[in-house]
Design a binder for this molecule. Structure first.
Ligand code: GLU
Length: 513
């Protein structure tokens, strides 16, 4: 009796001290994906909201790999998930890779803890061995389906006498361990969905918590880990809302204090359909390969949903952390419009180019891409100069949606000198040589060519002077001379990007060929 009283007092003290200090001041949250696939947008969003919540309060963000279903593991997925969090700029503070005081951070390496919790539940009478064969369970399922009921386990092994259990155990009969669900669950308050009550026992049979192979099921593993990893807040997808009552029963049976829960509303396509993992473009790796900037992806994900006092495009991670407000998350599904991603990318690309250090890095990346795409045809290596790369980024910022866009054939004039003959130009107009000579005169000594509008009006003046030349013919001649293209970039834009010297070289060359 006294021991019981002391235990309860200790438990209450623990509850009180945790809610007073850990929960409020330094939250510990976790992102707990199963490495059964690669990180997709939905997963990234869950990770991000956990990260924002932790960082806003000086807390800790943990990555835990839930690999208890060994049959569905995808090799390399575990590493790829952590790689993607790092790429996105939201790396975990504790994880398999980073270590931490509450490891291991992979469930298959924590079997001992689940076994301990299971034996304590068996001892306290909250769990029992189940010897039902797969055939029997299948039969129950089929019978239920035939009579139009939802299949559920009939809790038969709850009724076994201790001697029967001992006898089966000593014979080594295959068994699982089930948790005794109690009827009439108490409600709990979700930080997003408010008060919730789900009487699991009225719709489900007792769930298996330890499988016959010694691995736990999700429910037990998640509760045991959240407890031992001192998780203060669980932020996860709302598909887990219904399971929470089951988890709370496990906490009560284990005499542990549960964390607070915040279930995130669904992330859907713009048309309200589920984002499908089968659509390749929801995988984060693909976004990276296509030149999406991580900050653009994070901005778009948060922009699609709630959780902020106001919504605007262009928020960077530090601003997301500052402005995140969990009480603003509503229960409405977040609708993601992937068609807007280029707009987000354009804005964030501009931010990067405006930042001196980042611009240097982007120029380096651009140089690598240009070399890869055009390296073999390049005659003028000056275009690989970091200053030229940076200049092009500065001039095209606000227009391009990714650095990769600069590899588009429309921009090849930036990296390759075209081979245009006088003959080709003559075919456009017999005035070609006069046009070129006049433009050389205009450009040479023009100083820095920065304003396309000014250039356009100067070019118009030339057509006025050259009486037999129409503006559009002049543009065709110049476009062909500068880029080798019939259609495409604006001539003024090309002149500005290439600069006085290179423009003159190309125009002169056309006159000489
Ligand atoms: N492993 C679960 C998942 O991948 C985690 C659910 C939870 O956060 O509790 O969705």
């Amino acid at each position: 009796m006294f021991v019981c009283f002391m235990r309860r007092t200790r438990w209450l003290r623990r509850v009180a001290s945790r809610s007073a200090c850990t929960r409020e001041l330094e939250p510990r949250v976790r992102f707990a994906p199963s490495p059964t696939g690669f990180l997709h947008l939905g997963g990234l969003r869950t990770a991000l909201y956990n990260y924002l919540f932790a960082k806003q309060r000086g807390g800790t963000f943990i990555l835990r790999l839930e690999d208890t279903d060994q049959t569905r593991l995808v090799p390399a997925a575990a590493d790829a998930i952590e790689d993607m969090l790092e790429w996105a700029g939201i790396p975990p503070d504790e994880s398999r890779r980073r270590g931490g005081a509450c490891g291991p951070y992979v469930q298959s390496e924590r079997l001992q803890l689940y076994a301990q919790a299971t034996s304590s539940l068996l001892q306290s009478g909250h769990a029992y061995y189940c010897f039902c064969t797969n055939q029997r369970l299948e039969l129950l399922k089929k019978e239920a389906q035939r009579s139009g009921h939802v299949p559920r386990y009939d809790n038969r092994c709850r009724q076994l006498h201790p001697e029967q259990v001992q006898e089966k155990l000593s014979r080594g009969v295959a068994r699982t361990v089930r948790f005794k669900l109690s009827a009439g669950t108490e409600p709990f308050k979700d930080l997003i969905f408010g008060w919730n009550r789900h009487d699991v026992a009225s719709v489900e049979g007792d769930p298996v918590i330890l499988k016959s192979d010694g691995f736990p099921t999700y429910h037990l593993a998640s509760v045991v880990d959240d407890h031992h990893m001192r998780i203060s807040h669980v932020l996860r997808g709302c598909e887990w809302l219904i399971s929470t009552c089951k988890h709370l029963q496990l906490y009560r049976a284990l005499r542990w204090t549960p964390p607070s829960y915040a279930h995130l509303p669904l992330l859907l396509n713009r048309d309200g359909n589920k984002l499908s993992k089968r659509q390749g473009d929801i995988f984060i790796q693909q976004f990276r390969e296509h030149g999406t900037l991580p900050e653009a992806l994070l901005d778009m994900i948060t922009h699609a949903g709630s959780g902020f006092n106001s919504n605007r495009i262009g928020r960077r991670l530090d601003e997301l952390i500052d402005e995140f407000n969990i009480s603003k998350i509503t229960t409405h599904s977040a609708l993601l419009d992937l068609d807007k991603l280029p707009d987000f990318n354009r804005v964030h690309l501009q931010h990067r180019i405006d930042d001196e250090d980042q611009c240097v890095l982007m120029a380096d990346e651009l140089r690598r891409l240009v070399l890869h795409t055009h390296g073999s045809q390049m005659s003028d290596c000056d275009v690989l100069h970091p200053q030229y790369m940076q200049r092009i980024l500065q001039l095209r910022k606000g227009h391009i949606t990714s650095v990769q866009e600069l590899l588009d054939p429309m921009y090849s004039y930036l990296w390759l000198r075209p081979h245009v003959t006088r003959q080709q130009l003559q075919e456009v107009t017999s005035e070609a040589a006069n046009i070129i000579a006049a433009v050389i005169q205009l450009v040479r000594g023009h100083g820095s060519l920065v304003c396309t509008e000014h250039l356009n009006s100067e070019l118009k003046l030339i057509t006025n002077k050259l009486k037999n030349t129409k503006y559009n013919i002049m543009m065709r001649v110049l476009r062909l001379t500068l880029s080798g293209l019939q259609k495409g970039p604006s001539v003024a834009e090309m002149i500005v990007c290439l600069g006085e010297q290179e423009v003159c070289v190309r125009l002169q060359a056309a006159l000489e060929h």
